[in-house]
Design a protein around this ligand. Structure first.
Ligand code: COA
Length: 258
């Protein structure tokens, strides 16, 4: 499907979505939000895609929600349309793993978008921040909630209250990102990581995504029970038989998503 604000492609079962509003540093306007939602749903439903990469440009993953659009809104309009509500809820319904490949600015809604993905891999020029306070508002897409779970209260308060930016070293140190690579090799490295995930049985990767994400929603005992039941259910798949037999027979498994 042709899009105006994003570029999509599929390579070796990896679905790539590249945010593409270079003149506005990939800020999230209504059109981009709509197209991003459509492309994610399309990839989630496609048997050609097993893992999704979401990225931007070298200069900006996304510099936040589009401020020129938001400047026209008032309390009644954002409240009545539940601004960002559907976008977030629909994003969270995607069941395939999503990797955020972040280069440059990931600010405000951009940082929040990266955190809505399943994990973040950053380049050494990445800058994360929740600078909404400078606009007279605050985070509204997870910046005070997910960020706190990622990096703890003290740093989250610091980021949200001062609006300062965090570089990739600090982001890796405090657990916001899983790995950092030089800007020039970021996409090669992220594709290699995605390729590794794409080789695995899809039912397992979907359930792992659900289980890790569930850990943020429920108590430890409920989470452990949920995890154990998913683990048990995977014993109903042919891929479990194949994976374990291949290990015992000292050969590579041939997973068939059955
Ligand atoms: N919404 C709309 N437009 C944005 C934008 C946003 N969130 N962020 C950047 N842009 C636009 C700029 O207005 C500028 O447009 P112009 O060329 O028509 O003037 C263009 O993108 C380039 O940005 P510019 O500010 O000139 O680049 P820079 O390298 O000097 O600074 C940033 C980069 C990211 C530090 C700066 O653009 C910025 O602070 N952006 C806003 C970040 C923010 O507050 N995000 C949270 C929003 S909720």
């Amino acid at each position: 499907m042709p899009y105006k604000t994003i570029i999509t492609e599929v390579q070796d079962h990896i679905g790539l979505i590249r945010l593409n509003r270079p003149d506005a540093l990939n800020s999230l306007n209504a059109e981009l939000i709509k197209e991003l939602g459509e492309s994610l749903r399309e990839f989630d439903g496609s048997n050609k895609v097993r893992v999704i990469i979401l990225t931007g440009s070298e200069k900006a993953f996304a510099a936040g929600a589009d401020i020129t659009e938001m400047a026209k809104k008032d309390f009644n309009s954002v409240s009545n349309e539940d601004f960002m509500g559907d976008f977030q809820n629909n994003f969270l319904r995607i069941r395939k793993p999503i990797i955020a490949a972040v280069s440059g600015y990931a600010l405000g809604g951009g940082c929040e978008l990266a955190m809505m993905c399943d994990f973040i891999i950053a380049s050494d020029n990445a800058q994360f921040g929740q600078p909404e306070i400078n606009l007279g508002v605050m985070a509204g897409l997870g910046g005070s909630q997910r960020l706190t779970r990622f990096i703890g209260k003290s740093k989250s308060m610091d980021m949200n209250l001062t609006g300062r930016f965090m570089n990739s070293d600090e982001a890796e140190r405090c657990g916001l990102v899983s790995q950092v690579f030089p800007k020039k090799t970021l996409m090669k490295e992220v594709f290699a990581i995605a390729a590794k995930i794409a080789e695995k049985p899809l039912t397992s990767s979907r359930m792992i995504k659900e289980s890790v994400n569930r850990s943020f929603e429920v108590s430890l005992s409920e989470g452990l029970l949920f995890e154990r039941r998913l683990f048990h259910s995977l014993f109903a798949t042919d891929d479990q038989t194949e994976g374990m037999n291949a290990f015992v027979e000292k050969r590579e498994p041939r997973f068939r998503d059955k």
